[in-house]
Write a protein that binds this ligand. Structure first.
Ligand SMILES: Cc1cc2nc3c(=O)[nH]c(=O)nc-3n(C[C@H](O)[C@H](O)[C@H](O)COP(=O)(O)OP(=O)(O)OC[C@H]3O[C@@H](n4cnc5c(N)ncnc54)[C@H](O)[C@@H]3O)c2cc1C
Length: 666
């Protein structure tokens, strides 16, 4: 990447002027809207049916637009969003513990290490309360207090309880709510649902997004769809790392298709590594399991105080429950007294790595720490703890054969229960398609919502804020902002798909599939993907250096060659061919991997989930460089996957929040 490629031209992000507290309300009031009678003349494609896509498709249908909604899965109910366990944030202040819209806004900006766009985050905090009302009205069974009020718990980076939850299945319940609304609109004829369809390309006509080419995953055929606007809601790119907590189907191909057409990709280096996942246990694994952050409300994280105890744990001579209280190092409580076990994920992950790197890891690989409920069970009783986390305990037991609610030892009258073993893993991606304040990408008529855009989380996302953002985008923000674009599109008639632009797009997609099938090499898609994951984790993972990132870029170029010359896909293009579908996505993961490395190499500072070893404080904390890196890094495609992308900077402007060093100690 050459320095000469850097273009410091700021992007017009259309952020309104004025005091931040009035922004979204005023903005909406001044915005152009589509006359109700004209809405039925306008078609909108929504790609993806996770919480962002399903909520947007349902709401746009409800408003009167004609919506075409695409979903890889056999039902929108099976989108990745159902995996979300712990909860969704909102500034309701039901606990009367001092929460407010401003506090949620402040916590989110601080949690993101002052790298988010301030105005977007303020809007997010403002609409957070509406989301809860909307979901309650849909019948989402949030947990309730005895008196009937909705219950809350705490997530990382906050000192208040503002997380609404439905046991450990919050995402699933929220998705069922959105899905009910979506179904109503399907029944009303306002949404047409295309299940088992995968978008392969976006069609641009006269500089505007006017349709997509999608593959019917059952017949294997390519089909064309036209619309006045296209909304991408296809989730994050965590599976670039192969092993992640994301669903196996999560991919970044739709985002990469937009990127190749010139949509900027923002902050790709901001990848979240979640501290509480079940550790990797071998090289035959294809998936990692998250143990929800909600567990850190009552669970305490520790490693042995003495290295000898750690060695005995590693060789299997003793168990965690054999180590008494006074020999345990609750290192998060020790290092961060104010937030303790509820520090943000980037901080907790680095602290776990630091302990394990020093030899204090507690499993046979030395790469795990304990998450322990003994104190909470002794204080509250197992019934209360099971009520809060029962399904998570069951999940842990099913995978590891260890029951964290089981009494394991008693030392000097203190009861010790089996601790869980956890280790950081790739979980969420804060970077994504660049969008302006209206959630429009740098291509007109192309919008991006939910995890696939970059907008709200800066360099680190706080727990329970992804669902909040996805639903804010889908239910409340996009349905307004897209009208600003569509209001002057009502004179544009429905598009035909028989145009040269659709012909060319379909030919391009077909040529790509033909090319993949023709390689006829020796390696399976998964074996190459696993190698990609190893490179990414090793060199672009939790700790990055200039050298490691340069090595990664060299290795990724070699891997692309290997993919292009030695890939093997069994079967044919006709009908269902899952290996072909995976190969299509892997090509984009390789490009994505390079993009992450380019961005990480450019950002000579540590912030949030992006940790450059060269830039840390004496205590090992992330050290930002606000003077030189207080910007969103937007990457522009340069015509082919091999050429380095061009950097364009969107400077950040903060008017309400003072930019300072993050402090979770006091
Ligand atoms: C284990 C786990 C637990 C989590 N827990 C929480 C939590 O408690 N609270 C919280 O706030 N967040 C949580 N998150 C994060 C949160 O679940 C996600 O960020 C969020 O659900 C993303 O929603 P989305 O709609 O943007 O994308 P997704 O839910 O990923 O949906 C994207 C959809 O697009 C489809 N798609 C992708 N590509 C294409 C294509 N080319 N064509 C057609 N369709 C396509 C996918 O199949 C999918 O249906 C968790 C994440 C994980 C992995």
């Amino acid at each position: 990447m050459e320095e000469t490629k850097i273009n410091a031209q700021p992007i017009d992000s259309k952020i309104p002027e004025g005091p931040i507290a009035e922004k979204w309300t005023n903005y909406k009031a001044h915005q152009k809207l589509v006359n109700p009678a004209n809405k039925r003349k306008l078609d909108i494609i929504v790609v993806g049916t996770g919480l962002a896509g399903a909520s947007a498709a349902a709401t746009l249908g409800e408003m009167g637009f004609n919506v075409l909604n695409f979903c890889i899965q056999d039902s929108p109910r099976r989108a990745h969003s159902i995996a979300a366990q712990g909860g969704i944030n909102a500034a309701k202040n039901y606990q009367n513990d001092g929460d407010s819209v401003y506090r949620l806004f402040y916590d989110t900006v601080k949690g993101g290490d002052y790298r988010a766009r301030e105005a977007n985050v303020y809007r997010l905090a403002e609409v957070s309360n509406n989301i809860i009302d909307q979901c309650v009205a849909q019948g989402v069974p949030f947990a309730r207090e005895y008196g009937g009020l909705l219950a809350n718990r705490s997530f990382g980076g906050a000192q208040v309880s503002r997380t609404f939850y439905a046991k450990g299945q919050t995402g699933q319940q929220l998705l069922l709510g959105a899905y009910s609304s979506l179904n109503r609109m399907i029944h009303a004829g306002k949404v047409k649902s295309y299940n088992r369809y995968e978008m392969h390309d976006v069609v641009i006509i006269d500089g505007r997004a006017r349709g997509i080419i999608a593959k019917n995953l059952v017949t294997g055929k390519l089909e064309r769809f036209a619309a006045h606007a296209v909304v991408i809601a296809t989730g994050g790119y965590g599976n670039t790392y192969f092993l992640s907590t994301n669903a196996m189907g999560c991919n970044c191909s739709a985002a990469m298709a937009c990127y190749r057409h010139g949509a900027y990709f923002a902050n790709p280096a901001y990848v979240q590594i979640h501290p509480t996942c079940i550790p990797v246990h071998g090289d035959k694994q294809s998936k990692l399991t998250l143990m929800s952050e909600s567990l850190r409300n009552d669970g305490r994280i520790w490693v042995p105080r003495n290295i000898e105890d750690a060695k005995k744990l590693q060789s299997g001579q003793i168990k965690g429950s054999d180590i008494p209280e006074e020999e345990r190092d609750y290192y998060l409580e020790r290092r961060y007294p104010a937030f303790g076990n509820l520090v943000p994920r980037d901080v907790a992950s680095r602290a776990a790595k630091e302990r394990c790197d020093k030899g204090y890891g507690v499993n046979n690989t030395g790469k795990a720490v304990f998450l322990d409920f003994s104190e909470a069970i002794n204080r509250l009783g197992i019934d209360v703890i099971r009520q809060r986390y029962g399904n998570l305990f069951d999940m842990y037991e099913e995978i590891t054969d260890v029951n964290p609610g089981e009494l394991a030892n008693e030392i000097n009258g203190v009861k010790y229960y089996n601790p869980m073993m956890i280790y950081p893993a790739i979980h969420y991606t804060m970077g994504g398609i660049w969008v302006d304040y209206e959630l429009q990408t740098s291509i007109k008529g192309l919008f991006a919502i939910g995890e696939c855009n970059f907008s709200d989380h800066g360099a680190n996302r706080l727990g329970a804020s992804a669902l909040m953002q996805g639903l804010a985008d889908g239910y409340f923000v996009l349905p307004y902002t897209i009208q600003n674009y569509l209001s002057d599109q009502i004179t544009v008639p429905h598009f035909s798909t028989d145009s040269k632009e659709f012909d060319e797009a379909e030919k391009r997609v077909q040529a790509n599939l033909d090319n993949l099938m023709s390689i006829k090499g020796k390696r399976s898609v998964d074996s190459i993907h696993k190698e990609l994951g190893n490179v990414m984790w090793e060199y672009v993972g939790m700790a990055r250096t200039k050298e490691s990132l340069e090595t990664a870029l060299t290795k990724l170029k070699e891997l692309r060659k290997e993919f292009e010359t030695n890939l093997f896909i069994p079967g044919t293009q006709e009908g269902m061919n899952i290996e072909l579908d995976k190969a299509f996505r892997l090509r984009d993961f390789i490009t994505m991997g390079e993009l992450i490395a380019y961005d990480a190499l450019n950002r000579h500072e540590s912030c949030g989930g992006h940790f450059r070893e060269e830039h840390q404080t004496e205590e090992g904390e992330a050290k930002r460089d606000d003077e030189n890196f207080f910007y969103v890094a937007c990457w522009k495609y340069n015509g082919n996957d091999e050429t380095a992308p061009t950097l364009i900077k969107e400077p950040l402007h903060y008017e309400a929040i003072k930019v300072q060093t993050r402090n979770y100690k006091s």
